[in-house]
Each structure stands twice: as structure tokens, then as C-alpha cells.
Design a protein around this ligand. Structure first.
Ligand code: ZN
Length: 397
């Protein structure tokens, strides 16, 4: 019965995905794609459609006491070097097996699956005690979770749990490492390059710090599920009056991935505690993100994205596993993402349980020739519909 509902709508969902791919929607430039999603939600007779003050779109079906949401970010990264693509990234190409284009797997495909699944569930009268929101969130690629920091801080909606529709190859994902964007700066004193002993070379100081960071990376703790915390020097900047001078400042950027138990404070303290950092009076700080949304809303937040996991035994994880198994006849793989998702805000900051399940593969994300299997879209839709049936039965926690 559920499968039937999905089969009859799949062609429409493919068309919708192709049309959304055809509208470039890089972070901060999502206005047109949000307009198109609003048209689709209106056509599918969503009970309520909100575009919030930041610019996220939220569609509601049902009016039950309990509230849950599907989240799908509808922004994408840019295409990178065009010569690496063998087809037009914004043409929405389709063949019998795949739909192609930027955002197909990461993650417009997941969003479209939720959009149509909730429509099908409503038509099948499966939504009774729940209010179900489908959220098309923005700016995720630039600053994961910022959209949901806004939604939750402004109390636009307050779901009991959220399904993240980022690509999981139809596995049930229950966490990810957190991350931070850190900056370390040292200063020195310039002097003529012919007499370096008169100056104080900031690059030499940073070289010692960089070596210490490389060793620190090897010492970082590991978690059996999430893996190891990591750290990498990703950028370096300097100032010097001339090529014939002693450099008077040097800064590096660090991409830090946090495993279970690591926090913003612990990661900063670890770096500040390095003798190479304290002896050179280096300054350790966080980068901030403050790019305005397409609606002009500017939020200034530190680039800290907390680690999150949900227990394997959680009723939400179990309900998702049952939904998959009932639809597809096999147990899903339970795993974690390597990349980051909006879960950093929803669960990492606000403690609202998240579970991941989506069509497409994580390896397609940000890669040239991005594509998604049409069969995955059908399967994800069927699982989402089954999940909505499952949670009507489930006793909470
Ligand atoms: Zn994504």
C-alpha cells in the first residue's frame, strides 16, 4: 500500500528534483529555489507554508499534538572546475537510472524525497497524532546548523525529533564528529633582510607551532563509533614589509574535527597549552561566520559545530530501522557521517534528537559529475512514509 503511493508519485518527484537542480542555489543565493519550492508545496496542498526571517522554507502537514521535522538543506556548493564535469551541472539531466547535477545527492534529492513522502503520507491518512514539518534549510554549506540555530532560537517550530535527509546510501546514521575553524597568530618584528639578527621572525615562530600541531594531531583521542579527533593546518598567511625583510606576523587556520567528549573549550585549551604557543605569546581564536542570508539577515556566530550522537537503542533510531526493514526487507546499515550536517545545531547545541536517513551517497557530495539513483529516491520516500506510520504507533522514549 505504501509502496503503491510512492510509485505513483515518483515521476513527479523526479521532475521536481530536476527543476530544482536547474536553479543554481549556492549558499546565500537561495531566493529563486525557495520560490520554486513554495510553488511545489502549494501544489501539493501543504497545510501551511512559512518562509522565516532568515529565509528557510517550512511546510506543515497535519495538526497533531506531537511535532517532528524532516530537514533538507537546499543550498549547494559551487561546481568547482567546470572541465571536471562531463555534463552541465545545472541542467537536471535524467536517464533511466539516475538524475544528474549539482545538489542531486547533497542534498536536494533527500529534500525532495521528504517533500513527496509527507504528501503521500497525508493522502494515505497516516498523519494523525503528529504535526510533520518539511524544512528546506539554507546556508548549510557555508555554516552548518546556522539555519536551525535561527529556527530554534526564534521558536519558528519546536520538533521532538528531526530526520536529517543528507545522503546515507539508505543507511541509518546516528552521529558525526563536530568541527571548529581556529586561527593562531604570532607577531614578530621586521628588520632588513640583510641583518636578520635585528628582527624577530614570525614565520620561524609559526614553524615551531606548526610542528607541534602536527604532533598534537597524533595524540588526539579516538571514539570507537565516531573515530579519532583530528587537526590540520589548512591555510597560512604572513606579513612582511618586503621580500628583503624579516616577517612581522604569521597566521594559520586550523580545521579541527572533534570526536566524542571533545568541546570548544578543551580544543582551544589544548592548543594554548602547547609550549610553542605559550612561549611565543601566540593568539588562539575562533573564526566567525557573518555572511548575510539571501534575505539580508546577518548572524554573527563562532565557527564551532558540536559533535553529536544518538544512542543505537533510541526509539527514534529503532523506528527508522523498522521503517526501512518493512519497506525493503533487510536491516539497514547503521553508521555515521564523515562530513558535517545541521545536526550540529539541532542535537549538538539544542539537544533535540536527530537521526539520519537519505538517498544518494556521501561520496557524491561536492564532487564533479554529481548524481543520484532514482531507485534511492523511491526507497527513501517509501521509508519516510513508513516512518510516519511507525511513529503513530510508537510509545515515546
Ligand atoms: Zn549536505
Amino acid at each position: 500500500m505504501i509502496h503503491g503511493g510512492v510509485e505513483s508519485i515518483s515521476k513527479e518527484a523526479y521532475d521536481c528534483l530536476r527543476q530544482l537542480i536547474e536553479i543554481p542555489s549556492m549558499s546565500g543565493e537561495e531566493a529563486k529555489v525557495i520560490d520554486q519550492i513554495k510553488r511545489v508545496m502549494t501544489k501539493l496542498e501543504y497545510d501551511e507554508i512559512i518562509i522565516d526571517g532568515m529565509g528557510n522554507i517550512l511546510g506543515r502537514m497535519g495538526n497533531g499534538e506531537r511535532v517532528m521535522a524532516f530537514d533538507g538543506h537546499i543550498d549547494t556548493v559551487d561546481v568547482g572546475a567546470p572541465e571536471n564535469w562531463t555534463f552541465e551541472p545545472f541542467k537536471g539531466k535524467e536517464d533511466p537510472e539516475h538524475i544528474y547535477g549539482r545538489g542531486a545527492s547533497d542534498q536536494t534529492g533527500g529534500f525532495v524525497s521528504a517533500l513527496y513522502a509527507v504528501y503521500v503520507a497525508k493522502k494515505l491518512n497516516l498523519i494523525k497524532n503528529w504535526t510533520v514539518w518539511v524544512v528546506g534549510s539554507i546556508q548549510e554549506e557555508d555554516c552548518d546548523g546556522l539555519c536551525w540555530q535561527y529556527i530554534l532560537k526564534e521558536k519558528i517550530i519546536k520538533p521532538e525529533f528531526v530526520v536529517l535527509t543528507e545522503p546515507t546510501s539508505l543507511g541509518v546514521y546516528r552521529g558525526q564528529r563536530g568541527r571548529m575553524e581556529i586561527q593562531i597568530s604570532v607577531t614578530g618584528k621586521s628588520a632588513h633582510g640583510s641583518a636578520p639578527e635585528r628582527g624577530d621572525n614570525a614565520i620561524y615562530k609559526m614553524a615551531k607551532i606548526a610542528n607541534a600541531l602536527e604532533t598534537l594531531n597524533m595524540r588526539l583521542p579516538a571514539d570507537p563509533f565516531l573515530g579519532k579527533g583530528t587537526l590540520v593546518v589548512s591555510e597560512i598567511f604572513y606579513t612582511s614589509p618586503s621580500r628583503c625583510a624579516v616577517a612581522d606576523s604569521c597566521t594559520v587556520s586550523i580545521d579541527r574535527r572533534l570526536t566524542k567528549g571533545e568541546t570548544e573549550q578543551s580544543a582551544i585549551a589544548e592548543i594554548e597549552g602547547l609550549p610553542e604557543v605559550s612561549s611565543t605569546s601566540a593568539k588562539v581564536s575562533m573564526y566567525h561566520y557573518n555572511k548575510p542570508s539571501y534575505k539580508g539577515l546577518k548572524q554573527d556566530v563562532p565557527c564551532y559545530f558540536p559533535t553529536w550522537t544518538i544512542e543505537e537503542t533510541s526509539w527514534i533510531v529503532k523506528a527508522m530501522e523498522r521503517a526501512h526493514e518493512k519497506q525493503h526487507g533487510s536491516k539497514p546499515i547503521t553508521d555515521k557521517w564523515t562530513f558535517s550536517t545541521n545536526g550540529v545545531a539541532i542535537m549538538g547545541m539544542y539537544g533535540i534528537p536527530c537521526v539520519g536517513y537519505g538517498p544518494g551517497d556521501e561520496s557524491e557530495a561536492h564532487a564533479p559529475d554529481e548524481k543520484i539513483r532514482k531507485l534511492d529516491l523511491n526507497k527513501a520516500m517509501a521509508t519516510y512514509v513508513a516512518l510516519l506510520a511507525e511513529i503513530e504507533e510508537a510509545k515515546d522514549v
